[in-house]
Structures are given as C-alpha cells and as structure tokens.
Design a protein around this ligand. Structure first.
Ligand code: ADP
Length: 204
C-alpha cells in the first residue's frame, strides 16, 4: 500500500492464464462502471513507435526486431525472450517499472468506484502486492488451448509452452479471493460478473 498514498479506490487484481478470458471479463466490468487498467495494453503502448522504451529496445536488439511499419515485431521479440532467459530478464527490467508506474498513475487519477487491474502475471511477478483482492479467471487447459488456437496465430506447441511457463491452475486458484470459472456461455459469465460487481461496489 505504501506507494498509493492514503485515499485510493478499491483495487481488484484480475489474473488468469493466456486465453482464460481476462479481456472479455474486464470488458464486462468496464460496462458496469469499473475502471479497467490493463497491464498488457499498457505494455504495448509504452513501446509504440519512437517512445523512449521503443528506442531502448531497438538499440538493444537491432532494427531486425522491427516490422515493415517500423513497429516492434512482437512475435519475434516473444520468440527471442522465450529462448533466452538473459534477454528476458533484460526486457523485464526495462518494462516492469515503467508498466507499474503507469498503472499507479492511472489509479491515482481514477474517479471510478473501483479498479479492475488486469495483469497476466499478477501473482508470478510479485510487483502487485498493493491490490486489495485477487480475482482469478480459471479455465481447463483444453479450453485455453482451443481458444488461443482460434484467436492467435501461434502454434499449439508455443501456446502449450506459454501455459507451462505460467503459474499452474491449482496454485493460482489457491491465491484467489474470487474465482470465475470461464467455461460457460458468455451470458452465464455475465451474471457472475454482475454479482461480483455488486460486491466490489460495496467494498469501496
Ligand atoms: P485473455 O485476455 O485471458 O488472453 P480473452 O478474453 O482474449 O483471454 O479470451 C480468449 C478467447 O476466448 C477470445 O477469443 C474470447 O472471445 C474467447 N472467450 C472468452 N470467454 C469465453 C466464453 N465464456 N465462451 C466462449 N468464448 C470465450
């Protein structure tokens, strides 16, 4: 709590594996009036063309890391760091503090009743101990693989290794205050979100 000062909104850390439904469910909370802060979106925006971090990354990896529009080639970068732990550590040391300070800035300015802070590696990173509550989006691995396959242009092998590199379902669920099992029709999930929204609105 130390970095947030005294009067801050209630913060729910939302997490789950790749393709579990974090964006889909965040969007439902947003429609109900929550401030959604998406660490993934922030991590994209702070490295967009010619931003200071973009320049650092190009300096480090060379212009081969750019696509034809001179934006970062994210799949290429993901491949590099997936196969090289030193490069991964370098990139994380650059990105994490910038992501965190951007998040804290948005939270500080928010006028909404509560914050949904969506972070894929919320529990793994150890950077987010300031959240008041943890909401885990849980799905069986088979559903995860099926949804990633439909959504992303990555191989099943890469999807599997990303899942393996993340915290296991049981470990994540153990750390949750609330869990949404996102293996049901959207309408049912929407009802669960509405219930949680009622609870979070009260918590502020
Ligand atoms: P994440 O943000 O965790 O990576 P997404 O919200 O992008 O996951 O969801 C992954 C994919 O699964 C998306 O294509 C999304 O539309 C789909 N999806 C999410 N929840 C459901 C659901 N309850 N039923 C069917 N498809 C879903």
């Amino acid at each position: 709590m130390q970095e947030r000062g005294k009067k801050t909104p209630y913060i729910i850390g939302l997490t789950g594996g790749i393709g579990s439904g974090k964006s889909t469910i965040s969007c439902m909370f947003e429609k109900l009036g929550a401030e959604v802060v998406d660490a993934d979106k922030i991590s994209h925006s702070i490295v967009s063309k010619n931003k200071p971090l973009y320049k650092e990354i190009v300096k480090h990896f060379g212009s081969d890391i750019l696509d034809e529009k001179k934006e970062l080639n994210r799949p290429a970068l993901r491949n590099i760091i997936f196969n090289d732990s030193k490069e991964k550590a370098w990139l994380e040391a650059l990105m994490h503090p910038a992501i965190k300070s951007t998040i804290l800035e948005i939270i500080k300015k928010s006028q909404k009743p509560y914050i949904i802070l969506s972070v894929p590696l919320l529990l793994e990173s150890g950077n987010y101990d300031f959240v008041d509550r943890v909401l885990v989006i849980d799905v069986p691995e088979s559903v995860q693989l099926e949804r990633i396959g439909k959504r992303d242009n990555i191989s099943r092998e890469l999807a599997q290794s990303i899942i393996k590199s993340q915290m296991s379902r049981s470990e994540r669920n153990k750390r949750a205050d609330d869990i949404i099992v996102n293996d049901a029709p959207i309408e049912d999930i929407s009802k669960l979100v509405k219930q949680l929204d009622g609870k979070y609105q009260q918590a502020t």
